[in-house]
Design a protein around this ligand. Structure first.
Ligand code: CU
Length: 527
């Protein structure tokens, strides 16, 4: 990764000289304090209307902050959680006030302006440009909705307005928003520009969660210089999880209390095998949903692997007072050319007070009011695929310094990095149901993500899986080298919904890889 980084580092270092370290972003929580949910903005009468201002500052430790500022009644809040019901309208105005006097020359990844009509502002995308991707939402890839290819919000211009309806059959669950300017995504997400979206209604499909204290936990990752492999720190709702150097964030629970935790991996590249441990022993977690999609049936796991950009929603039960209880991410190997994802304690569970007696003990299995069989994609396993495609991740080496090019390629086509004005590498049509095999031929684990739709996981490494979960992001482990087979995932991709017609992207969600072009376009033609 170093060679590619060198070029970027040069740009970045030059860029820093011009950045004004004005404190524009709200202060973040001190270490060792109670983890609070970020402010939630709820839809009212079917509409959630909010305005964000994107700003930038550098903290005393040298970390860049990129913040979605929201002016609440009691001051400025960073990246609130957006809560909507299915069928609601989301109106979001975003103004770019990233102050960077001379970033106009910085356009390492090419310009969007050559890719045809732009949506919003014109000009060349720079480190100070922004836009918003609504990750996981099954909404149209068009201007003012979820179109990252041409939407450009430039600093100092009037606010840009997003306006979209959450589909009536959207799976209830946890989604998230973040900037997606090609070439600069990593830098802004590294600075914390990411927030949660909750599509309400999980309790109607999974009554297990009804009445439980709910927590939205957004895990972010910050590097001092994101393009350089090296130390990083994780944060949980913006509080640094720096154990053992700093006291751990605290999550409060009553003895034996059950809570519903909705965890978003908003890191730039950290694959997180999450565990809750009591005195070092991993506990069973009741997994309810992945990537905003309720599982066909809840299942118990002591480790939940969440790739970068993935989400996991699960029920945690506190111990009695006594054992040391923690939320932790375990070490995860991303292969010989990948960055190591380190073990890190994310929070201490602080068991306080007396047993929670507000909830009646459940004796029978609760009955869902909405069947999981009635949400989007539920009938996907019954559909006959219209096409089978094979794609692969690969890396190209230059010298001894690690990979310099990152590719995702449709098998049979030429390996190439993404360019803003490229033609779609896949053309399909509304109504298609396709099976894709995505293979990893690189010595590094990658995270496959496609915009606009979820896909159903059918096979891993050529073998049918028991749990055919719906995902929008999935890890594909690294190749162990000559003599070993490539790891792969086979998924069923559903293009039947006419509202997703248009051009959108699929890519690796290690954001450096995406910025360097491990991404391509797919065109879904209307019927
Ligand atoms: Cu990747």
């Amino acid at each position: 990764m170093q060679s590619a980084s060198r070029y970027l580092l040069a740009i970045l270092t030059c860029g820093f000289a011009f950045l004004r370290p004005v404190a524009q972003c709200p202060a973040r929580p001190d270490p060792g304090t109670v983890v609070e949910d970020t402010l939630s903005l709820n839809s009212v009468n079917g509409v959630l209307d909010a305005a964000f201002v994107m700003r930038h500052s550098v903290d005393s430790g040298g970390y860049n902050h990129y913040c979605y500022n929201y002016q609440s009644g009691s001051g400025e809040v960073e990246a609130p959680t957006l809560r909507l019901n299915r069928g609601d309208q989301l109106v979001l105005k975003v103004k770019d006030e990233i102050e960077s006097d001379d970033s106009s020359e910085m356009s390492p990844m090419g310009s969007m302006s050559s890719s045809g009509p732009t949506c919003g502002d014109t000009g060349t995308p720079t480190l100070s440009s922004t836009n918003v991707h609504f990750h996981g939402l099954n909404v149209p890839p068009i201007c003012h909705q979820d179109d990252v290819l041409t939407t450009l919000i430039q600093p100092g211009k009037p606010a840009f307005q997003f306006n979209m309806q959450i589909p009536k059959d959207e799976p209830p669950g946890l989604y998230w928003y973040h900037p997606h300017i090609h070439g600069f995504t990593e830098f802004q997400v590294n600075g914390g520009a990411a927030g949660a979206i909750v599509v309400e209604g999980m309790d109607k499909i999974r009554p297990e969660v009804a009445g439980l204290t709910e927590r939205v936990l957004v895990i972010r990752q910050e590097y001092l210089v994101p393009w350089v492999p090296g130390p990083y720190q994780l944060t949980i709702n913006y509080q640094v999880a720096g154990y053992p150097n700093t006291p751990s964030p605290l999550i409060k629970m009553k003895p034996h209390e059950k809570q519903f935790w909705r965890v978003a991996n908003a890191t730039i590249q950290d694959f997180m095998p999450l565990q809750v441990q009591f005195d070092g022993v991993p506990q069973m977690l009741e997994l309810i949903a992945l990537d905003g999609y309720p599982l066909a049936k809840p299942r118990f796991q002591d480790t939940i692997l969440v790739p970068p950009a993935g989400r996991a929603e699960f029920i945690v039960q506190a111990p009695a007072k006594g054992p040391a209880a923690i939320l932790t991410t375990r070490f995860y190997s991303t292969g010989p050319t990948g960055n190591p994802d380190l073990q890190q304690r994310l929070a201490d569970i602080d068991v306080y007070g007396n047993e929670d007696e507000t909830l009646p003990a459940r004796t029978a299995e609760p009955t869902p009011r909405t069947s999981v069989g009635r949400i989007k994609y539920a009938d996907l396993s019954k559909q006959k695929p219209t096409t089978l495609r094979k794609l692969f991740f690969s890396e190209e080496f230059g010298g001894t310094n690690g990979p310099i090019q990152f590719y995702i390629t449709v098998d049979g086509q030429k390996q190439k990095v993404f360019e803003a004005d490229e033609k779609p590498v896949i053309t399909t049509h509304v109504g298609a149901v396709e099976d894709w095999i995505i293979e990893n031929r690189a010595l590094e684990t990658h995270a496959f993500h496609i915009h606009q739709i979820h896909f159903k996981v059918l096979e891993v490494d050529g073998k049918p899986v028991k749990d055919q979960d719906l995902r929008d992001t999935i890890e594909i482990p690294f190749w162990e080298g000559p003599g070993h087979p490539y790891h792969s995932v086979k998924g069923r991709f559903d293009f039947r919904d006419p509202t997703i017609a248009g051009t959108f992207v699929f890519h690796c969600h290690i954001l450096l890889h995406e910025d360097l072009g491990m991404m391509h376009k797919i065109l879904v033609l209307p019927k």
